[in-house]
Design a protein around this ligand. Sequence first.
Ligand code: Z5A
Length: 215
Amino acid sequence: MGRGLFITLEGVEGSGKTTQAGRLAETLRAGGRRVIVTREPGGTRAGAAIREIFLDPAVSLNVAAELLLVLADRAQHVSEKLKPAVEAGEIVISDRYSDSTTAYQGYGRGFDLRLLGELNRLATAGMTPDLTIVLDCRVETGLARTRERARASAHHFDRFEGEEIAFHARVREGFLTIARGEPERVVVIDSERPLAEVSADILRQVEALLARRCL
Ligand code: Z5A
């Protein structure tokens, strides 16, 4: 079996990652591709337990504890799910991955970026995305969308939704800085536009990658 592809979607809260991951998977499946959609934190059974603690607004975590929890989730996710699926020839779409750690715990919380990079390397065991899409929107737009969603459903606020705007703004800038540093891997797409336009841009990037890899 040939190697598949590893695609990650990143961005601030409410930027549209979950929606776009689903739409991309649907389109690729309709074209006959084998696709799995997963997420961080929470892509494995261990990860689901970690996610509960990680997002619980009643749980207090210092920065190192927060970082180590999300890295534990990632280490398990990589070995149990991501690597086997890509090696089996699947297209794997992950809703968040290592760039979220750099953006949230590094740029957002101020954890030392060099040490964070080393710890991230330990957790990923060398598994780097073939393509990362940063869905970029204003923090206010993203938060308004998630607030609207919360009003319409029984969604409860998590630990991050309670953070101040300045925190989310540092995270957004973090993603944009990552993208500037690795333009061959990371593509920024404006996600303030209508869903269909954003989906079309994402699909164009993925199709170009598939063509480059002769897949
Ligand atoms: N975190 C971390 O700190 N460090 C790490 O290493 C990792 C994660 C991996 C996970 O929370 C939290 O963990 C996250 C960072 C932290 N918290 N924050 N902030 P999560 O998984 O529960 O939340 P999220 O990743 O932020 O997802 P989200 O809030 O669900 O946002 P989203 O997936 O980007 O958006 P969505 O669910 O697709 O869309 C939100 C709403 O907007 C929905 O009603 C859509 O219909 C609507 N939407 C989406 N796109 C559009 C457009 N284009 N127009 C209009 N409306 C739209």
